[in-house]
Design a protein around this ligand. Structure first.
Ligand SMILES: CC(C)(COP(=O)(O)OP(=O)(O)OC[C@H]1O[C@@H](n2cnc3c(N)ncnc32)[C@H](O)[C@@H]1OP(=O)(O)O)[C@@H](O)C(=O)NCCC(=O)NCCS
Length: 152
């Protein structure tokens, strides 16, 4: 039986040293994303989920601040290869969505790598529009409604 992952939500100054090695391994080394595209100005402004299992950092993801329409963006979801398929990605996404709901965000939006759209569909995300390339990888935009629009 697997242990349960624990997920902490941290700002970039707290998360950086744990998130960077995971993202470097998964996106830059495994998926070949150019290193200059991996790091951007949004890291400083996002909340970062850090998943640990038996004291080891095994995954991460980030939640950007809401825009003026109440839409939050989720991105950089990554679980170390040898730890996939045991619920860690789901725990990270659940923590980011709980944080978005606490902030009373109306909608979550993400650019899913097309091969993994089913992972997000499992949380109720639905595809919007056509497939497109980002960092040379096929993606699709997906959205999840978090709260009904208040009338007026
Ligand atoms: C996408 C990713 C974060 C998922 O993490 P994970 O820990 O393997 O996912 P989980 O074990 O929590 O899976 C949760 C559910 O999604 C499903 N799922 C996970 N990966 C999937 C995939 N590639 N295709 C289809 N379904 C998938 C699981 O079967 C599981 O379904 P269940 O609840 O019915 O059993 C991980 O595969 C990863 O880091 N991939 C490389 C980086 C990447 O592509 N990130 C996504 C950028 S959009």
């Amino acid at each position: 039986m697997h242990s349960c992952p624990s997920v902490a939500l941290l700002d970039w100054s707290g998360a950086k040293s744990m998130a960077q090695p995971v993202r470097r391994t998964v996106f830059v080394v495994e998926q070949g994303v150019p290193v200059e595209l991996e790091w951007d100005e949004w890291d400083e402004r996002s909340m970062h989920a850090i998943a640990t299992l038996d004291g080891k950092v095994v995954g991460t993801g980030r939640l950007l601040p809401a825009d003026d329409r109440g839409t939050v963006r989720i991105g950089r979801m990554a679980v170390m290869q040898e730890f996939r398929g045991q619920g860690i990605g789901a725990a990270i996404l659940a923590a980011l969505l709980a944080c978005a709901r606490e902030q009373r965000a109306r909608e979550a939006l993400l650019h899913a790598q097309s091969y993994v759209a089913a992972f997000y569909r499992g949380f109720g995300f639905i595809e919007r529009g056509d497939e497109f390339l980002e960092a040379g990888i096929a993606h699709v935009e997906m959205t999840l409604t978090l709260a009904a629009r208040t009338p007026g």
